[in-house]
Design a protein around this ligand. Structure first.
Ligand code: AAO
Length: 512
């Protein structure tokens, strides 16, 4: 009997590794700080038609509203209640967006902040996104309700009440992360409130959750909460579908808490991925692209079935969280396209693409003093809508990396080659590499300071293919480079290191 229960639990947790992405799609885009109305429009006009698999949305729960600094992006990581009104819009706008995105095959994944409420210094009053009254000093959040009993103040053993040493697993879980009031998730009442919040979103049609700050919650407590989640809505998902869970655990090694403690519950964010690939493409510390022949588990990353991968995220593109200076964001656009292209071409993990907004960086002693600046906003603090320019780029400070031709086309590449093995590796023992995905795709990078000029076995059927980086196939012509693959599968590649984008990619659906 015990074995049966164990097998059932194991099966259940594996189900939480499945993103339930619709057939033919693969990739998630994080539309950081976008309004719900803009996400709904983007699903219908761009993400659905271009084969995106899902959107990670910013935390939808009611959050604190701060004046100093003025409306920072991180106020949304300070919940006041589980009411669904936030900087991105109302509950009805959220519901409408989930329906419209699901209806065009684009899943919604919610950034769930369940480890804590607002900062201990959050004060009292109604400075919250739905106007709910609260008193942080008294741990009083009547709109949930939570009271002092529901927090870990008594459990924490540090003098400050905050985490002081990441080398001590107990304080990492039982003390406050940067002074954020730490919920007592071992209490049945708190587990019930958190599950109730997440189940409301499940019933609205979301496909799963990015669970924030999981390192700061005991795996056993998370297991109980996830176990209380209902199956996904049968309006859009097969009966019995479990919510997809991917847990934010920053594990670059060196701490007692590791991703391994969480992978049986769902996928985990693999922070080593972006940190290492950034170092490789920046050619730091002697790293070379030719060393990525065994990229993935060969580099000590978690098992493929457990990994959620990305080049940058909302934290480390601005110096928060982990990854440091090696992280390649849109600020280094040429390298960013190469690194995202590499991620999307490689089979490892479920891939997530970042979509950002610009802000005025101001470095003092290497630290950006404006790392707090929120999304493009009106004078009243409300978030601006996302205007789409005639050339399909975004305006008003929205970067829309996901709309860049090179990235959009590599999302399609990942869809076309899905399920095909990593194959036909070639390298020049430096920073020129190439690899294929069975007989469905092939990609070549030149990250050296000299030209690449080589004939390679692509593994693909003979024919003329459009390079989807310098252009794409439009009707019966290529708007960029053409690659001629012979009947023997071999093709000649020439890539100048001065090219705008020094990489070339072809796939079965870019063939003339
Ligand atoms: C804001 C203010 C605070 C204030 C607080 C409360 O900034 O000064 O006290 O309000 O009033 C975001 C912002 C925070 C913000 C917070 C609440 O980033 O600045 O605080 O909202 O508004 C840790 C967590 C990780 C977390 C990360 C930022 O483990 O979960 O910090 N990320 C998530 C979200 C994030 C959000 C929160 C959590 C909170 O993505 O947006 O915060 O909801 C080490 C540890 C990591 C740890 C980092 C940073 O990392 O391992 O676990 O992340 O330190 O503290 C190398 C090492 C690597 C190390 C890294 C940095 O890379 O290999 O291990 O260096 O030291």
């Amino acid at each position: 009997m015990k074995l049966l229960i164990l097998v059932a639990l194991f099966g259940l947790s594996l189900a939480q590794h499945n993103p339930h992405i619709r057939y033919g799609r693969t990739t998630i885009v994080q539309l950081f700080e976008w309004r719900w109305a803009d996400i709904a429009a983007e699903c219908e006009r761009f993400l659905g038609p271009n084969g995106f698999g899902g959107v990670q949305i910013s935390p939808p729960s009611e959050h604190i509203v701060l004046n100093s600094p003025w409306r920072p992006w991180w106020q949304r990581y300070q919940p006041i209640s589980y009411n669904l009104c936030s900087r991105s819009g109302s509950e009805n706008e959220l519901r409408n967006m989930i329906t419209r995105c699901n209806n065009v095959g684009v899943n919604i994944y919610v950034d769930a902040v369940i480890n804590h409420m607002c900062g201990a210094g959050g004060g009292e009053g109604t400075h919250s996104s739905c106007g709910s009254w609260f008193n942080a000093g008294k741990r009083d959040f009547p709109s949930v309700p939570y009271s002092a009993w529901d927090f870990n103040d008594h459990k924490c053993r540090t003098g400050s009440g905050d985490i002081e040493n990441y080398g001590d697993a107990y304080q990492v879980r039982d003390c406050r992360l940067v002074s954020l009031l730490d919920l007592a998730l071992e209490k049945d009442y708190v587990r019930g409130k958190v599950a109730e919040y997440m189940n409301k979103l499940v019933d609205m049609g979301v496909a799963g959750f990015r669970v924030d700050a999981c390192k700061h919650m005991w795996p056993g407590d998370l297991a109980v909460v996830y176990g209380r989640l209902r199956n996904l809505s049968t309006k859009w998902f097969p009966a019995g579908s479990r919510p997809f869970i991917y847990q934010e655990v920053i594990d670059l090694g060196g701490e007692p808490i590791s991703s391994r403690e969480y992978v049986h519950l769902g996928r985990v964010t693999e922070f080593k991925y972006g940190a290492k690939l950034g170092t490789v493409f920046r050619r730091w510390h002697g790293e070379k692209l030719c060393y990525t022949r065994n990229w993935g588990e060969g580099w000590g990353f978690m098992a493929d079935r457990d990994a959620l991968v990305f080049i940058d995220n909302h934290d480390n593109q601005r110096g928060h969280g982990a990854g440091g200076a090696s992280i390649i964001s849109f600020w280094d656009s040429r390298l960013h396209k190469m690194a995202v292209g590499y991620m999307l071409a490689h089979p490892y993990g479920v891939a997530r693409v970042m979509s950002s907004y610009r802000w005025d960086r101001h470095f003092v002693n290497g630290k950006d003093q404006n790392d707090w600046v929120g999304p493009p906003s009106h004078a009243d603090g409300s978030t601006k809508s996302v205007p789409i320019n005639p050339d399909q780029t975004c305006g008003d400070g929205w970067v829309c990396e996901h709309r860049w031709r090179q990235i959009k086309n590599m999302v399609i590449f990942r869809n076309v080659v899905n399920g095909q093995p990593h194959s036909n590796w070639w390298d020049n023992q430096s920073n020129q590499v190439a690899f294929g995905r069975g007989n469905r795709g092939f990609i070549v990078f030149n990250n050296d300071d000299w030209d690449l000029d080589v004939t390679l076995n692509t593994g693909m059927p003979g024919g003329t293919y459009c390079d989807v980086i310098s252009g794409q196939k439009e009707g019966n012509r290529c708007t960029g480079k053409q690659i001629h693959v012979g009947g023997d599968g071999r093709a000649h590649f020439r890539i100048s290191n001065r090219d705008e984008d020094p990489f070339v990619a072809i796939h079965a659906e870019s063939k003339l």
